[in-house]
Design a protein around this ligand. Structure first.
Ligand code: ATP
Ligand code: MG
Length: 614
């Protein structure tokens, strides 16, 4: 049935919602695509549903094409499978959990690895059943710490998740590659620019993974690219380790008074004015070793103090740090934490009081007979801090630092950690040149999981020789609702949305202006004819609404083509076809308008990107 605007469940807003910071969020609410229900939780209105259904249809077609079979799980799930894989704990506060009337633990699924593994285990018993790919398009729940930007980071959101099952590593590689190809086809068809980047596996476990990032200044992910083709999420960037340095000429450590040096810059200035370097070179921030105390919150709630040492000219990047210590979460150390470790003098922490160098360090044997180090706080270093490098750092006494403290000669650490910020111009780990930093929205993520879930849930199949083999798996997600927001970000201007036709809620909007009955009759007939021809048409039939408001609404809604029937009908016998995306306007005779609009819409649909590479 032809949808008229006077009866449509659409109420546009002139004002941006108070809680919205990014364009997609503001416009999707103002144009009546979504409404907020609770923080990070949105209700889909008819326009929003129309768009999300089109995105889903493209995802579904490509998943079917690559051999996936669709299933649909409940969102409300029993806890046991998630307890078996430890994720009940590892997900921590991000998991929405609840109990039934009998006290049984349940959760609202944040993702479904466990359930797919169990389902496949239930149905498959032989290598002949594999390979297999199952998928669903379903609502997920995560109590995100920082729900943000509308649909971009929701607490309820729509995800396409798929899972591959194979007997051997070669099979997994092939399944992974088929998914990767399907993802490229999906993002191409959506017309959404994407960059596949190396990623960290994070709480998901597993070996190899890539993210599909949509480059955008509002993205929460920082990623890097080198001119030589390296691309990675900043979290996954590894630091090329420099060769160790000959420190035989380096002076012995020298403890010096450094009052009033609250910042690295003030410390460097004081060193240059009071303790000039013997070789005449200036001290710089890169000569200082900054030791940052953080608390790791392990999955069972256990707190561990950790000191991270980085060159003083770099910040600790909390996202890189969190990725490096996952599934533990990270907090800054509190005053209480410092009280439990009086050897840590805030502002003057040096390697001598921590890690293997600490006089408090003991070796003990745990219940399993393993040797563990206790007593002092664990100390991990940025990989650039190699043997022989010399540092200005805290002396573990108020208002004192130490010069010429040499790694390997004067101090050691418990290991290295990738936690320092990545900077523009840093070198790619694969030797492909300097890195450029960009921001992106993560719209998809593919993981070669391996055997972690199958192992934990006892999923084996019999191979050719009748031997039980643990199945190897992949898991693959696309944030369908986040994709919709990313498309809105990429396709809007200051007046509103401007959808690409393959995801637009309607193909064309017919708009009648003025009061002339003939105008409304012509517009209505045109809208009906287009609708009957199979086009998706929205007809703005509102009577007492000014042309200005109608134009503003039409631009806000972002339907690709608008046909304006107005003054020119009586004067010239013409109507105007407007292209929302290019801004192009063209007058056509009313008599041939229907044919013109059909041809225009059909041409746009044909010109929409296919899945093939350009
Ligand atoms: P992020 O790092 O953004 O939190 P993630 O690594 O937790 O994402 P996955 O678990 O890989 O995400 O989920 C698969 C996809 O689901 C992501 O690539 C993303 O597009 C989408 N997604 C994840 N979390 C959210 C969310 N809170 N709101 C909307 N979409 C999300
Ligand atoms: Mg997440």
């Amino acid at each position: 049935m032809l949808q008229t605007l006077s009866t449509a469940f659409i109420r546009t807003l002139r004002e941006d919602p108070a809680d919205a910071e990014v364009a997609s969020h503001k416009l999707l609410v103002r144009a009546s695509y979504i409404r907020r229900t609770a923080p990070g939780i949105y209700t889909w209105l008819p326009l929003g549903l129309a768009v999300v259904r089109k995105i889903e249809a493209i995802v579904r077609e490509e998943m079917n094409r690559m051999g996936g079979q669709e299933v649909h799980f409940p969102a409300l799930l029993p806890a046991e499978p998630y307890k078996a894989t430890q994720r009940w704990d590892e997900y921590g506060p991000t998991l929405f959990t609840l109990q039934d009337r009998k006290g049984g633990d349940y959760l609202l699924a944040p993702t479904h690895e466990e359930m797919f593994t169990l389902l496949a285990k239930d149905m498959f018993s032989s290598y002949k059943d594999l390979p297999a790919t199952l998928y669903q398009i379903q609502t997920k729940y995560r109590d995100e710490a920082r729900p943000r930007a509308g649909l971009i980071r929701g607490r309820e959101f729509i995800m396409k998740d798929s899972y591959s099952f194979d007997v051997d590593d070669a099979g997994l590689d092939a399944s992974y590659q088929r998914h990767r190809d399907a993802y490229e086809r999906i993002f191409r068809r959506l017309g959404l620019e994407y960059v596949p980047v190396n990623a960290m596996a994070g709480a998901m476990g597993g070996s190899h993974s890539e993210e599909f990032l949509h480059p955008s200044p509002i993205g929460e992910d920082t990623f890097v690219r080198s001119d030589g083709g390296y691309a990675a999420n900043a979290e996954a960037v590894t630091t090329p380790v420099p060769p160790s340095v000959d420190a035989s000429a380096e002076p012995a450590p020298q403890v010096v008074a450094t009052p009033d040096t609250p910042t690295i810059d003030s410390l460097v200035d004081l060193c240059n004015s009071t303790y000039p370097r013997p070789d005449g070179r200036e001290w710089t921030a890169a000569d200082t070793l900054k030791n940052v105390v953080v608390v790791l919150i392990h999955p069972h709630g256990e707190r561990e103090l950790l000191v991270v040492g980085v060159p003083g000219d770099r910040e600790v990047d909390m996202k890189r740090l969190e990725a490096a210590v996952a599934p533990a979460e990270v907090e800054m150390a509190s005053e209480e934490d410092f009280k439990t470790h009086p050897e840590l003098v805030p502002g003057y922490i040096g390697p001598q009081a921590i890690g293997p160098n600490s006089p408090l360090r003991r070796t003990e044997t745990d219940e399993q007979g393993r040797e563990v180090l206790t007593g002092s706080v664990r100390y991990l270093l940025d990989p650039r801090i190699v043997d022989g490098t010399s540092w200005v750092t805290g002396a573990n006494e108020l208002k004192k630092h130490v010069l010429h403290l040499v790694k390997g000669r004067d101090f050691e650490a418990d290991g290295t950690i990738e936690a320092a910020e990545v900077r523009e111009g840093d070198l790619a780990p694969d030797g492909s040149g300097p890195l450029h930093l960009e921001r992106g929205i993560e719209v998809g993520h593919i993981f070669a999981l391996g055997r972690k879930y199958a192992q934990a849930l006892g999923f084996t199949v019999l191979d050719e020789n009748g031997k039980a083999r643990v199945v190897t798996m992949g898991s693959y997600g696309i944030g369908v609702s986040r994709v919709m927001a990313a498309l809105a970000e990429a396709n809007h201007d200051e007046r509103g949305l401007a959808w690409p036709i393959q995801v637009a809620p309607y193909h064309v909007q017919v708009l009648a202006t003025g009061k002339d009955e003939q105008v409304f009759a012509t517009a209505h007939a045109l809208a009906r004819e287009l609708d009957a021809a199979g086009l998706e048409v929205l007809y703005d039939d509102r009577r007492k609404v000014s042309a200005g408001v109608k134009f503003a609404d039409s631009e806000l809604l972002g339907v690709p083509f608008t046909v304006v029937v107005g003054r020119d009908l009586a004067k010239e016998g013409t109507v105007e076809i407007r292209d929302r995306r290019s801004g192009e306007r063209r007058s056509v005779p009313a008599a041939t308008a229907a044919a013109e609009v059909r041809a225009t819409v059909e041409a746009a649909l044909v010109a929409a990107p296919t899945g093939e590479a350009a």
